[in-house]
Design a protein around this ligand. Structure first.
Ligand code: AMP
Length: 566
């Protein structure tokens, strides 16, 4: 059976297409939740736990827990967890395995084929890393699908008009992604993509945290631990403001109670600047696609942070229409992945051509510029060669003149980004051109960039007078694993001790009680102490039925406490 997986930075989800209802259906994990935190922790006995136990331990055991590793897919970063070292694809494979175990339990058979979603801007390298993660988790067949296309599929856009245009706005925890999709003669293509890698729900939390902090008698910014606690409260209050017009409550930090009162309109007033920043990549993507906001047939919202009423309001005003929000923005991508799995198994050759259709960033080189007067030279200037959102494959050539005489070699730095200054763009590689004979006085350097359908950039530099040429393929310098290495690592990972399912649940409840104990005071603490003792006693009894009963009661109490106090 084929299923869809949204392998997210914060949370991951799985879904399958239910033939009887003709709808995608989410698959619950072992705890009955649809969202599995993309988190891995190593326990005191050396075994690993994945998902919400790991997320809960992020607070109590930050050194033994990793999250947000999706950001490092395609890099060589290594994460130390106790005695183990893992790469991002390896950690992702542990999450995938946990999702597959849960899907097997729910569906009755283990899925061997999956559709995994990836951000539209993922490079070939990051896509390859995702495929490696799938192989390491034991999957035989994996198809990658772009997240914005998945969002469109979730709303059955493949069955709507032959030709249409839609924009997908994905505001997650730390990033904002914008994609314009056009459906033309039945094929969906990304027409433009963009975003802001430094804008997300966390920025809204940060603003709220600062606001709350201003109203407190004690300031926490020098005490990292207390400041983090304040951020956790701010995050919770932010979510509550999505439901309520006004929040008034007391929070406990550092053993002291603090009263907080804030209205939704005060919060929204604070957010103005962030909302302005959101408009920038939206307008840029529209401009690149040569489209107006009112030409969009649909606006699709994705990502937990789009739940904030102010986002819907701002987007609605910008496009003159209500965005599609029927599907929970946290689950819309997983729904779409399940639709794609159905389309693939039905052999409805639906094509997702997005990833290879445009080059999402401007690519260029570092140059120096002589001022008009000729008196001084501006260095660190970015000279674009391939402009963003050009259809690919694409090949472009530019000539440059060195500002000083080149003698033995010429260095060329390559960047991606939109700023005029290289310091604000992303460095992606350097080419050194050795020079074989004396170059001409007015030497010309010809630089050709070729960006292919897999998102790989080849740079060719020619020194015109000498004919010296050098070619380099960029973004391919990763140490991607060979098939044999993957097989080896697969065996090693399969032999890791994973914390058993039943006791993982007990561990989660214990960690949660510890966390709430730390965050509370007085009577609540006494109550929690009693609960912790009772739980320890029942665990010692090893009576599975009794443990389950006590655990369920405790979870109900903790849910109530979390709702009342936190
Ligand atoms: P994601 O990466 O899509 O899971 O997005 C997570 C972000 O969405 C975090 O910044 C959350 O604080 C935010 N978020 C989730 N639910 C809500 C809500 N009900 N109201 C406001 N923000 C939310």
């Amino acid at each position: 059976m084929m299923i869809g997986i949204d392998l997210g930075t914060t949370n991951s989800l799985t879904a399958f297409f239910d033939k009887s209802s003709q709808k995608p259906q989410l698959i619950p994990n072992r705890y009955g939740d649809y969202l599995t935190p993309s988190a891995v922790t190593v326990l005191e006995d050396g075994s690993l736990a994945i998902g919400k136990v790991a997320k809960e331990r992020k607070f109590s055991h930050p050194d033994r827990t990793v999250t947000s590793f999706k950001r490092y897919m395609g890099s060589n970063k290594s994460f130390k967890l106790g005695a183990h070292n893992f790469t991002a694809p390896e950690l992702s494979s542990l999450v995938l395995k946990s999702l597959l175990d849960d899907a097997q339990e729910f569906l009755g058979s283990r899925p061997t084929e999956v559709v995994i979603t990836v951000p539209a801007y993922f490079s070939d390298l990051q896509r390859q890393a995702t495929k490696t993660a799938a192989q390491l988790s034991g999957l035989k067949q994996v198809r990658l699908l772009n997240e914005p296309t998945a969002a469109a599929l979730a709303y059955s856009i493949q069955d709507k008009e032959e030709e249409l245009k839609l924009i997908v706005l994905d505001l997650g925890g730390g990033t904002f992604d914008v994609s314009i999709i056009e459906k033309f003669e039945g094929v969906m293509e990304i027409h433009a993509s963009g975003g802001d890698n430094f804008l997300g729900g966390e920025d809204f939390t940060e603003l709220l945290k600062d606001k709350i902090s201003q109203g407190l008698s004690t300031k926490f910014w020098q005490d990292k631990e207390k400041d983090n606690k304040l951020a956790t409260h701010a995050e919770r209050i932010k979510k509550q403001l999505t439901q309520k017009d006004h929040i008034s409550q007391s929070i406990v930090i550092g053993g002291k109670e603090h009263d907080i009162s804030i209205s939704r309109s005060e919060f929204e007033e604070l957010c103005r600047e962030l909302l302005e920043r959101m408009r920038v990549p939206i307008l840029r993507a529209l401009r690149d696609a040569k489209l107006n906001p009112n030409e969009m047939n649909y606006v699709v919202l994705v990502g937990g942070a789009t739940r904030m009423p102010i986002i819907k309001k701002t987007v609605g005003a910008m496009f003159g229409q209500f965005p599609l929000i029927k599907i929970d923005p946290d689950t819309v991508v997983a729904h779409g992945a399940a639709v794609q799995s159905m389309l693939l198994s039905d052999n409805r050759g639906y094509e997702d051509r997005i990833l290879t259709d445009v080059c999402p960033y401007t690519l260029g080189v570092e140059i120096a510029e002589q001022s008009n007067s000729g008196h001084h030279v501006d260095v660190g200037i970015f000279a674009p060669i391939i402009e963003r959102n050009q259809p690919i494959p694409i090949s472009r050539e530019e000539d440059f003149r060195p500002t000083s005489k080149v003698s033995t070699k010429l260095d060329l730095n390559i960047y991606q980004g939109e700023s005029r200054y290289v310091k604000d763009n992303v460095f992606i590689g350097k080419i050194v051109v050795p020079i074989s004979k004396k170059p001409a006085d007015d030497e010309q350097v010809r630089v050709r960039f070729t960006y292919d359908v897999s998102g790989i950039l080849e740079v060719e530099v020619t020194l015109v007078s000498t004919g010296d040429v050098i070619r380099k393929v960029l973004q391919k310098e990763n140490n991607s694993l060979s098939d044999e290495e993957i097989r080896q690592r697969f065996i090693e990972l399969a032999n890791l001790k994973i914390h058993p399912r039943e006791s993982a649940e007990n561990l989660f409840v214990s960690s949660r009680m510890e966390r709430i104990y730390e965050e509370s005071l007085g009577d609540v603490r006494i109550y929690l102490s009693q609960m912790m003792t009772q739980f320890r006693q029942v665990l010692d009894s090893q009576d599975a039925k009794a443990i389950q009963m006590v655990r369920e009661n405790i979870v109900a109490e903790l849910d109530q406490l979390d709702q009342d106090y936190f």
